[in-house]
Design a binder for this molecule. Sequence first.
Ligand SMILES: [Zn+2]
Ligand SMILES: [Zn+2]
Length: 146
Amino acid sequence: MMKDYSGGCACGAVRFRCAAAPLAMYNCHCRSCQLASGSAWAPLLVVAGHALRIEGNPKQHRPQRSRGNHATRAFCPECGSSLFALADNNPSVMLVHAAALDSPDTFKPVADIWTVDALPWVRMDRHIPKMFKSPPILEPEDEVTL
Ligand SMILES: [Zn+2]
Ligand SMILES: [Zn+2]
């Protein structure tokens, strides 16, 4: 049984704590993650929704260009840090931006996903699987070894 892990935005207005190990961690290359992160991809934890406790009031929006099955995104309204996304095809989980963890090196990605949108100059880890679009839907009991 692992210990809780926590994180938050850059300014501290939004904090979160999670009481269960992530079901998986993916590097998501979809356009929505590129826009939300301001980078080429977003490392996302898939977390059972019931295990996540959020303090503060993240603001939600739905990007115009919604791909990746996580169109609804949440960020800190004070500092703009991207924090969460909802998995539109799986309401039992939340996606957490791994960069927002207090210890962002705690977990490591198990696959690159939405590589259909990956930028041509990105060098991915060739030792982990690639998925053209969405990964299989994970339920909270489907824990993937990290
Ligand atoms: Zn903030
Ligand atoms: Zn994505």
